[in-house]
Ligand binder design. Sequence first.
Ligand SMILES: Cc1ncc(COP(=O)(O)O)c(C=O)c1O
Length: 384
Amino acid sequence: MKKVYFDNAATTQLREDVITCITEVLKVEYGNPSSTHSYGRSAKSLLENARKDIAKLLNVSASEIIFTSGGTEADNLILNSAVRDLGVKRIITSKIEHHAVLHTVEWLEKNNNIQVEYVSLDDCGEIDYDGFEKLLTNSDKKTLVSLMHVNNEIGNVLDIDKVANLCKTHNTLFHSDTVQSVGHFELDFTETPVDFAAAAAHKFHGPKGAGFAFVRKNSGLRSLIHGGEQERGLRAGTEAVYAIAGMAEALKISYHKLEKERKYITELKDYFKEQLTFNFPEVKFNGNCDKNESSTYTLLNVCLPITAEKAMLLLFQLDLKGIACSKGSACQSGSEGGSHVLNQILSKEDLSKPSLRFSFSSFNTKEEVDYVVDVLKDFIDNGI
Ligand SMILES: Cc1ncc(COP(=O)(O)O)c(C=O)c1O
């Protein structure tokens, strides 16, 4: 059966060079980086080189990169320690953050009595920057802002420089969940004054189970996991050297190929939009997906003009045809929850239609787009 993978915002395929790198480390570098003998020193050197490589790509110091198991752990480390160790009493965030942030903030609100303020959003999920600035000025409480750079469901790109500079002006800490942007967008954390950021290797063709937190020097953040002194005391536990080496390799390749791949994937996304609009004139693109300047080139969230009843069968049909993408609307699954992101921004009517998230990588082709459009056409026009 033909198989098409359009779910790269969920996770990505490993690049061949990354697999080679990981396998080599697994075979040869099995020392514990905390051991002082030659095996340990060699693994430690690998680890520190990975840290230096990643730091260089983000224009920060190696000591500001703390390896974690992925994006969720990095977000948790930053948000929890900001409250516990930095005296943060108030968090400004948005209702369309990934659950790694949203649920952590809700937990902190409930258990640590943290005041939580949500920025206002328009029906594209764009934040109201004036309202945001007002929130920055109207409290004396020590505040942390947590706003994601690229939204994983609708692909909106935050004006991270603007937010970081506003936070700096108002002496407010700023954390950005950059899980969907590291490896896909140029980031310079010296130019953009974020205090904290989170990343996950599996979103840029690296392995699962590896990620990092960017933690600005002298921030005062402390470990949530107690044990050894690994990661400068910020994250106890023996590091997954093979996965970290693979992550650094993946990030180097991603940035090396960034311009070429961005151009290729942007063309693919534009072609997909064109084909959908041509075949289904009533199709809608959720969030900022139809505005290339404020949406990631890697993702297209589509609201299809079909009834809720038919929608139930759609994902099933796509899966039967070997197409992997993500569902995104509230009512199609019949479940109470649905997408917390689309629930915030779509009208009741659009929520009753199926929304699908297609997310791309350089491994995808125009032929795959044609195949998906044909399958959708068959389904929508002929019910098969
Ligand atoms: C924006 C965002 N933040 C955080 C995460 C969580 O990352 P991980 O799966 O590495 O824990 C994801 C993963 O989907 C994400 O897209």
